[in-house]
Design a protein around this ligand. Structure first.
Ligand code: 5GP
Length: 254
C-alpha cells in the first residue's frame, strides 16, 4: 500500500494527508494522556471505540443539521475528514458540576447546574490551555464575533441533542469539550464541528448509579477503563462488528 504523508501527531490521534485535496485521514490511537501529558498510558481498544463512537455521534449531529468535518469511517481506526482551519479554542459545555469547575469554584461534583454553562480555553499546551473570555478571543483575533455567534449556537444545539441521546441510553452527559474549524468552499466560509466526540472528551455518568464511564477512570486511576468505553459503545448499539476480538485493529502504516 502507498505510504501516506503524516501531517500532525497529537496525543490521541494522527492526521495524514487524505486521498483527495481538502481531505485528511484521522487515525485514532490507543494512547491516553491526562494533565497536559504529565500522565501517560495505553487504553487497549480505545482508538477503535472512539473512532466508532465519534462516527456515530457526528453522523447523528449531521442529520439534525449540525455541520461537521466528518466524511466517512474508513476502517477500524481511521476516518476521512474535511480539512479545516482549526480555531484554537476548546469549547467546554457543562450541565453538572465536575472536574476543573468543581475544583475552581468549590461546587461539589454531581451538583446539577442551574443552566448549561459554556467556557472557552485557549488551545496552547505550552500555556496549559488557559481559560479565556470571549473578550480575549475576539481581541486577539482567534475568532470573530460572528464566528462566536455560530460557535455558541452550534454548541447549544450539540448539547441539547447529545444530552437527550445519551439520556435515552441511561447516560448523563455531565460535560464535554468541542473544537471547531473553518471550512472554505469557494469563497464561502462555514464554521463546522471538528476533532472528535468520545469518552476521551466527554464526562459520561451512568444515570442511575453515577458511575463514571469516561476518561476520568484513567485520569483518576479508577480501573475498568476499557470496559467503560466498551459499555458506552454497547449502549449506543455500535460495538465494532468483530466484537472485542479485534480491538487491536490494523497496525498503523507510515
Ligand atoms: P475539565 O475542565 O473539568 O477538566 O474538563 C471539562 C470537560 O472537557 C471534560 O469532559 C473533559 O474531558 C473535556 N476536556 C477539557 N480539556 C480537555 C483536553 O485538553 N482534552 C480532552 N480530551 N478533553 C478535555
Amino acid at each position: 500500500m502507498a505510504r501516506r504523508r503524516q501531517l500532525y501527531e497529537g496525543k490521541a490521534k494522527i492526521l495524514f494527508e487524505g486521498p483527495e485535496p481538502g481531505t485528511l485521514v484521522q487515525y485514532f490511537k490507543d494512547d491516553a494522556t491526562a494533565f497536559n501529558a504529565q500522565k501517560k498510558g495505553v487504553i487497549t481498544g480505545k482508538g477503535v471505540l472512539n473512532n466508532r463512537i465519534s462516527e456515530f455521534l457526528m453522523l447523528r449531529l449531521g442529520e439534525i443539521g449540525v455541520p461537521t468535518h466528518f466524511v466517512r469511517r474508513l476502517n477500524m481506526r481511521e476516518q476521512l475528514i474535511r480539512e479545516v482551519e482549526i480555531i484554537p479554542l476548546e469549547v467546554v459545555v457543562r450541565n453538572v458540576a465536575a472536574g476543573s469547575l468543581s475544583t475552581r469554584l468549590g461546587i461539589p461534583e454531581g451538583t446539577r447546574l442551574p443552566r448549561s454553562i459554556i467556557e472557552y480555553y485557549y488551545k496552547n499546551d505550552g500555556l496549559n490551555d488557559p481559560m479565556v473570555a470571549e473578550e480575549h478571543i475576539t481581541a486577539f483575533g482567534w475568532a470573530t464575533p460572528p464566528d462566536m455567534d455560530d460557535i455558541v449556537s452550534l454548541t447549544l444545539r450539540v448539547n441539547d441533542f447529545l444530552s437527550g441521546l445519551f439520556l435515552g441510553v441511561g447516560i448523563t452527559l455531565v460535560d464535554f469539550k468541542l473544537e471547531f474549524g473553518r471550512l472554505w468552499e469557494e469563497d464561502e466560509m462555514r464554521i463546522v464541528l471538528a476533532d472528535e466526540i468520545s469518552p476521551d472528551n466527554c464526562r459520561l455518568w451512568d444515570s442511575k448509579t453515577n458511575e463514571k464511564m469516561d476518561k476520568d477512570r484513567f485520569r483518576r486511576d479508577l480501573g475498568k477503563v476499557e470496559e467503560a468505553y466498551q459499555e458506552v459503545a454497547k449502549r449506543l448499539g455500535i460495538l465494532p462488528e468483530a466484537g472485542m476480538r479485534d480491538m487491536k485493529g490494523p497496525e498503523i502504516m507510515q
